[in-house]
Design a protein around this ligand. Sequence first.
Ligand code: PHE
Length: 358
Amino acid sequence: MKEWEDQKTKLVASIHSASTLDELEDIRITALGKKGTITGLMKSLGSLDPDKRKEAGQLLNAIKEQVASAIDVRKVTMEDAALETQLHRDRVDVTLPIRPESNGSIHPITQTIDELTAIFCEMGFSVADGPHIESDYYNFSALNIPPEHPARQEQDTFYLPPDETGTPRVLRTHTSPVQIRTMEKTTPPIKIIVPGRTFRSDHDATHSPMFHQVEGLVIDKTSHMGHLKGCLIDFCRAFFGVDDLPVRFRPSYFPFTEPSAEVDIGCTRAGGEFRIGKGDDWLEILGSGMVHPRVLSGCGINPDEYQGFAFGMGIERIAMLKYGIPDLRPFYDTDIRWLKHYGFVPLDLPTIAGGINR
Ligand code: PHE
């Protein structure tokens, strides 16, 4: 048995001095492979008498484990070293100027999402997301929109075949289902925005069957309508870069908020020119309201303890307004000329005022 210990010491030493992964693999095969030395010794245990066999077996098992773990450790060290060398070799100099021929640009939707995310994150929101294919429950019922509710017809829903459990499915018609998904799995306080794709069966100069929305949701014990107003007024002024932008809250109706309000921003259409800012006209840009108690309790949140607000707005719409893009359809035409005209330089950091007065 002393011999076995010596053999192990030698093996471990050779493992430590192995300098390539191939060499290490050879050692493993010679010792632990089918015809390996340690495997051979294991096989020979059968010929020992039972009381000796047990002791010898335990010792051999221990030796086998030590050798195997020495190989594993050495392997990780070697792999780390190899990665380190590779990282060193593949280093890129990020201070080099960009190639003059590179002419890719950032799509206005991406840019707008980056900008609004920067504004809301500054206010303490984090970003959440959810699936595009939704169950009827998350898209409607959980949002207090029962099957017979007229809001279902208004939404021009794309219906999909039910899943294998028979659950009716739709392409989500708004980002509001992510409110439900988030409330179900998070204990308040909650403060999220959800930028993402939405789908409605509608197609003309101002509607696309696929478009983007950003949802907002704040749930805690104290947030009220005043916070909703403050938050959205601040957002509109920061996003459009107009400090005294008039913002108006108009009573409205959504099944999942009570009270509900639509939000308009000030604009002028004087002299055939459209401009955002102080003026004599209003333009609707988003829907909002205090989360309905029934929606809260449906998600397991006690409405006597928690409350909060939600809002949703169309991203294409605010992008078109901010950047003076007249038609919605070219957003998805992948026309390089349009992208060159309205796209953004990839290396520009998104700032909340970026793009204004370009
Ligand atoms: N989901 C609504 C829509 O698509 C917008 C909204 C979101 C309204 C949150 C109120 C609160 O029109």
